[in-house]
Design a protein around this ligand. Structure first.
Ligand code: HEM
Length: 531
């Protein structure tokens, strides 16, 4: 140390202390950045590793660029580096593998090679609770998904359609209060749909008791849990912040609330219907171990969280597009009149089976999910080196990459879903594309729904990893809530379109907010006017 100080020129010693401190404070980061840049430009690269996205600040890496607009980032990186590349995200090495083949590496990977549990547990376990989903071995999660599927029988879904309609109508009457006399009223489409989604999900899946407490304490608990489910929580699982403490308190209280429901049902104090709690009670793992009440409580929280933001984001994007395309909204209204209109201008309720017979509604939902996949990046932790097939390794097919153990592998189905190389006018919301016989959309959907079949432990499903359209994920972690989500989206949007005319408030279509865990619209304001 002394010899270093001796080597410093005399004039440096003569500088005032403030100047010396300023020089270190400014100079050191500049030096670090310079070394980081040099190491990327000058040092030889390991040809077996995917290229690393150029970045100035070590550790921080591409966090700002990726965080602000992940799709722009990924499309630009694809142009520069090919379908497989690594970027630095706050110290983590994230290797993106794009396209259906890339998705197949992560979403279709073996659970011994890629792990969702290790990628997500620090975010989800404090919110859902212990022992379920990503806080247990993958094989147990697969069985939990089977139990959830058993709770989503056709019989249950049939009973839900009617309950959802009732919830929507009560919500319009009590909350929206839009009459012929009131004229158009401005609403926030995202908040409105979030309220409608949680009310209808709580009245159906979650059960009557949860619905009854929605107007009181439960909503506050949900809000606190929600605030513990942000990108900050993903990056830093345990910070000494009030939001983290509120998250933990809310998790405990919500879990206890579900326990009390089960206890009261057991003692006959509450009767119950076809809800998920009753379906999960009595479920037994293959090894003979039954789900405990606590497990069920935590699964109920997971189900609530899994469906809430995905469905409210999708339905609000859907409404915004309808408000932006009045002609299409009229056609959607005509479809309702054709199928369900009474001679006196009122509508009859639709059944679960009938929700599946509406071609335009179906195309609109598919198109909305194509353009606004609620989850832009799906992460897995790499547990064993993954060999990237030659067809995915840029720049030449003879050069193959390995994604090393310890990297995160990132799938971004939304990139394929908006890829201009695959879809005509890829960024345009155009439900008509789903009617084109032999078109990309129909083919992609067939691949998604009817491709290679696999049973990962929750019933036979289409693997779906090779399709460029994967709104509900693919492989072993594929969504089990798809049917419920379609039912909910169809019923809620149909009720809205039967009742109101929609118009966008701003001239421009809302931009996208990528700063939340789920891709949401910014300034999602529309006016609604009674028909
Ligand atoms: C998994 C999307 C609604 C329950 C997934 C995945 C996606 C997804 C992309 C895969 C995640 C991954 O691979 O890491 C959606 C969309 C929805 C929706 C777009 C609505 C529009 C629902 C609903 C439920 C639900 C309503 C509950 C009833 C689940 C469950 C998983 C899952 C249990 C499995 C997680 C895993 O295996 O790791 N969903 N979801 N989802 N979703 Fe959904």
């Amino acid at each position: 140390m002394a010899s270093i100080l001796q080597a410093v020129p005399e004039w440096v010693h003569a500088l005032p202390l403030g100047v010396k401190i300023a020089a270190v404070v400014v100079g050191l980061p500049v030096l670090v950045i310079l070394l980081n840049v040099l190491s990327q430009v000058v040092l030889p690269k390991d040809p077996s590793l995917p290229p690393v996205v150029f970045h100035y600040i070590p550790w921080f890496g591409s966090a700002a660029y990726y965080g602000m607009d992940p799709y722009k980032f990924m499309f630009e990186c694809r142009d520069k580096y090919g379908d497989v590349f690594t970027f630095i995200l706050l110290g983590r090495r994230m290797t993106v593998a794009l396209g259906p083949k890339g998705n197949n590496l992560s979403l279709g990977g073996k659970s011994t090679h890629v792990s969702a549990e290790d990628a997500y547990t620090h975010l989800t376990t404090p919110v859902f609770g212990k022992g379920v989903v990503y806080d247990c071995p993958n094989d147990m999660l697969m069985q939990q998904k089977k139990f959830i599927k058993h709770g989503l029988t056709t019989e249950a879904l049939q009973s839900y359609a009617e309950l959802m309609v009732k919830e929507a109508r009560a919500f319009f009457a009590n909350n929206l209060k839009v009459t012929k006399a009131s004229g158009p009223v401005k609403i926030d489409a995202l908040h409105t749909m979030a309220d409608l989604v949680v009310l209808s999900a709580s009245r159906t899946l979650q059960g009557k008791e949860v619905r009854d407490s929605m107007s009181t304490h439960f909503a506050k608990l949900l809000e606190d849990l929600d605030k513990g489910f942000t990108p900050l929580n993903f990056m830093f699982p345990n910070l000494p912040l009030p939001s983290y403490r509120r998250r933990d308190r809310a998790q405990k209280e919500m879990s206890d609330f579900y326990l009390s429901i089960m206890e009261k049902r057991r003692t006959g104090e509450h009767d119950h219907e076809h809800d998920m709690i009753s379906a999960l009670q009595g479920s037994v793992y293959r090894n003979g171990v039954p789900l405990t009440d606590r497990d069920i409580a935590h699964m109920m929280i997971a189900i609530l969280m899994a469906g809430q933001h995905t469905s409210s984001a999708t339905s609000s994007w859907f409404l915004l597009h309808l408000a932006h395309n009045p002609e299409l909204a009229d056609k959607l209204y005509a479809e309702q009149v054709e199928h369900f209109g009474n001679p006196d201008g009122t509508f009859r309720d639709m059944t679960f089976e009938e929700t599946k017979t509406l071609p335009l509604m179906d195309a609109c939902i598919r198109e909305t999910l194509r353009l606004h996949a609620p989850i832009h990046s799906i992460y897995r932790l790499v547990k064993q080196d993954i060999a990237v097939p030659p067809s995915l390794s840029a720049p030449s097919e003879s050069q193959t990459y390995v994604i090393p153990k310890g990297h995160f592998i990132v799938a971004a189905p939304g990139v394929s879903q908006m890829d201009p190389k695959i879809w005509d006018n890829s960024t345009e919301w155009n439900p008509a594309r789903w009617f084109e016989d032999g078109g990309v959309a129909k083919t992609a959907n067939e691949q998604y729904q009817a491709g290679e079949k696999v049973d990962y432990g929750f019933g036979v499903v289409s693997k779906g990893t090779e399709s460029p359209y994967q709104p509900f994920g693919a492989g072993r972690h594929r969504c089990v809530g798809e049917q419920f989500a379609y039912l909910q989206l169809t019923v809620l949007v149909a009720e809205i379109i039967r009742t109101y005319k929609l118009k966008l408030v701003a001239d421009e279509f809302p931009k996208t907010n990528y700063q939340t865990m789920i891709v949401l619209p910014l300034d999602p304001y529309i006016t609604i006017e009674r028909r």
